[in-house]
Write a protein that binds this ligand. Structure first.
Ligand SMILES: Nc1ncnc2c1ncn2[C@@H]1O[C@H](COP(=O)(O)OP(=O)(O)OP(=O)(O)O)[C@@H](O)[C@H]1O
Ligand SMILES: [Mg+2]
Length: 207
């Protein structure tokens, strides 16, 4: 019998607005992402309005959105794109369903730092800028739909095949009820261009 994987006693490496992120205790190439228990109670607990109750995925809608987009992008490219976090599976934990993803790491093997941190610490150098340009090119070439792309959702990673590169670790998929960006390549491109321009404005503020 498979019992829920115990992560409750572990120290999360990051706690975002919705999620707690843990390093997989048995495999440092992987992370486990769970939905924050207090968020589940607040947003999807017994006080949830009846019309929302009908959305059966509840707190896991976030996972479903990401997975749908990841799978669609893999189908489109024939493989997982290097610029997006790789999703490798699910695990049942003592904090509910956990999404397993590949841990993006830097050259030293530490968790890849968010672009936000590089900017704040004035470490966003020419090499990072070139990596960002490559990320933007790949993003525009791909049919991927992006909901939320800010400097906290991009991490600066290193591996043998890609060298230094940015990885989008959160925020993929369509958030609207009517997924116009999925249907229209033109609308999707326009939306990505606008997100890129906001991101470049953030970069410009620090240079
Ligand atoms: N695949 C990954 N590789 C390396 N670090 C990661 C990865 N995924 C997440 N992180 C780290 O964990 C943080 C939070 O992750 P994530 O964005 O998935 O959670 P979240 O709850 O959606 O956060 P927020 O609401 O703040 O956007 C990231 O900012 C990043 O520092
Ligand atoms: Mg995030």
């Amino acid at each position: 019998m498979i019992t829920p994987f115990p992560i409750q006693g572990l120290q999360p490496i990051a706690s975002g607005k919705f999620r707690l992120v843990y390093e997989h205790p048995e495999n440092r190439d992987l992370l486990i992402k769970v939905i924050r228990p207090e968020m589940i109670a607040k947003r999807w607990g017994s006080g949830m309005p009846w019309y929302k109750r009908r959305r059966r995925m509840k707190q896991y809608a976030l996972f479903v959105r990401e997975i749908n987009e990841f799978v669609a992008t893999c189908a489109d490219n024939g493989k997982a794109p290097a610029f997006a976090q790789k999703i490798t599976g699910f695990i049942e934990t003592d904090l509910g369903l956990g999404l397993i993803t590949e841990a993006a790491r830097d050259r030293e093997g530490n968790l890849a730092p968010p672009m936000k941190k590089l900017l704040a610490e004035r470490q966003f150098d020419d090499e990072a800028r070139a990596a960002l340009d490559r990320f933007i090119e790949a993003l525009l070439e791909s049919n991927i739909v992006v909901a939320d792309m800010h400097s906290g959702n991009l991490v600066y990673a290193h591996n043998e095949t890609e060298g230094n590169h940015f990885v989008l670790i959160d925020g993929i998929g369509a958030t609207t009820l009517i997924p116009t960006k999925v249907w229209s390549r033109r609308l999707n491109l326009a939306s990505k261009r606008s997100k890129i321009s906001k991101l470049l404005n953030t970069v410009a503020k620090y240079s």
